[in-house]
Design a protein around this ligand. Structure first.
Ligand SMILES: [Zn+2]
Length: 369
């Protein structure tokens, strides 16, 4: 059953024009009006300072907002939006959460002094609330876009449909903590980056460089392994250390200096050997289960390693290599795990693969990097 629709007014944050809309609270806040269809993630929503019954909410950090006076919708949002009153936690159920987090952060700061950051990061990462991780992921995503020079998003509709079906097949019953959200951006470096909150940014050259759909899917499955293990959150905690914990206590989660540092780290730094091996094991398992060639990840890794050895100044793979180290050793391990029974299988047929390869046909040609 759908939640009841509530009348409201939408402002785009750029002009003063009021747009009449209907609001429906589902998994996100859906906003429908003439020529307008939006779905705002609940984790992003913040409320403005208004006198009841008027309520004004919008995605934090954005100018866009909706106003309404429906008490039931207000109550439901208060219950379901973790950060609705981030600057004023006492006004909602957010207070208890904040207190708990302050205690956790306090304990962790002590732990930091005793064990050092990485040990604490490993323990803390899986218990960071999903809503917080989602917001951090959004902030890091924006930051990475900036660092990479805002490469355009590739979303040719037929290609996107192939990709979505592939992701669906690979992650069904995979038990991931969140459904991964994959964005493809046109960029002349072959890489895939996993951010907190299950966001995966694929740079289009990775698709260009993949000779089979299974090579691409194998890398994607490896990134899903990082999602499963909360590795980006660990990296974020390790990179920002006590300043992140302090920002939790102070409530300034998206403190810009931290996010800049983390965005940079996500691009240039790799994970530990253990984390990479674990993600490879996931990849083998995902590929085996979803009908792909589990050894294709090893194939593309070996090609990357060779590409690097050549050192002809091109080194298309340099970035993927840097963020995914121990290439040759990993390839050997993957082949050993995968065995031979999946060799030669194709996770997509030729037509689907050709369609997926054209995912950037809707954006202008890439500029040389
Ligand atoms: Zn990795």
């Amino acid at each position: 059953m759908r939640a009841p629709a509530v009348q409201g007014t939408y402002f785009d944050g750029l002009s003063a024009r009021a747009h009449p809309v209907t609001l429906v609270l589902e998994d996100s806040l859906e906003i429908n009006g003439r020529d307008l269809r939006l779905a705002w993630p609940l984790a992003d929503l913040a409320a403005g300072d208004t006198a009841r019954p008027l309520m004004r909410i919008g995605p934090a950090g954005h100018g866009a907002r909706v106003e309404f006076t429906d008490g039931a919708l207000a109550a439901a949002l208060e219950e379901r939006c973790p950060d609705l009153y981030r600057t004023d936690p006492s006004a909602s159920g957010g207070r208890l959460r904040l207190v708990l987090w302050s205690i956790a952060a306090g304990i962790s700061v002590i732990g930091l002094a005793i064990y050092g950051v990485p040990a604490i990061a490993v323990r803390l990462a899986p218990v960071v609330p999903a809503a917080i991780e989602a917001r951090l992921g959004g902030a890091v995503d924006g930051q990475i876009g900036k660092i990479l020079g805002d490469p355009p998003v590739c979303d040719d509709a037929p290609a996107r449909a192939v990709l979505d079906r592939l992701i669906e097949r690979m992650t069904a019953d995979a038990g991931l903590p969140v459904d991964p959200a994959i964005t493809v951006r046109r960029h002349a470096v072959a890489n895939a980056l996993t951010l907190p909150g299950g966001r995966v940014v694929v740079l289009s050259d990775l698709i260009d460089q993949s000779r089979t759909p299974d090579e691409f899917a194998g890398v994607l499955a490896h990134e899903f392994g990082h999602v499963a293990a909360h590795d980006p959150m660990r990296a974020l905690l390790a990179a920002s250390g006590s300043s992140f914990l302090l920002s939790l206590v102070l409530g300034d989660l998206t403190g810009s200096t931290i996010i800049v540092a983390v965005g940079q780290a996500a691009i240039s730094a790799g994970y530990s050997r253990e984390a990479e091996n674990a993600a490879d094991s996931y990849s083998v398992e995902f590929m085996r289960r979803s009908g792909g060639d589990a050894t294709a990840l090893a194939t593309i890794l070996e090609r990357i390693a060779k590409d690097e050895d050549k050192d002809d100044g091109k080194a298309e793979f340099a970035s993927l290599l840097r963020s995914h180290p121990f290439t040759t050793e990993r390839a050997t391990r993957i082949r050993a795990m995968a065995g031979t029974e999946t060799v030669g299988r194709r996770i997509l047929d030729e037509t689907e693969w050709a369609t997926l390869k054209g995912i950037c046909r809707n954006v202008p040609p890439k500029t040389a990097k």
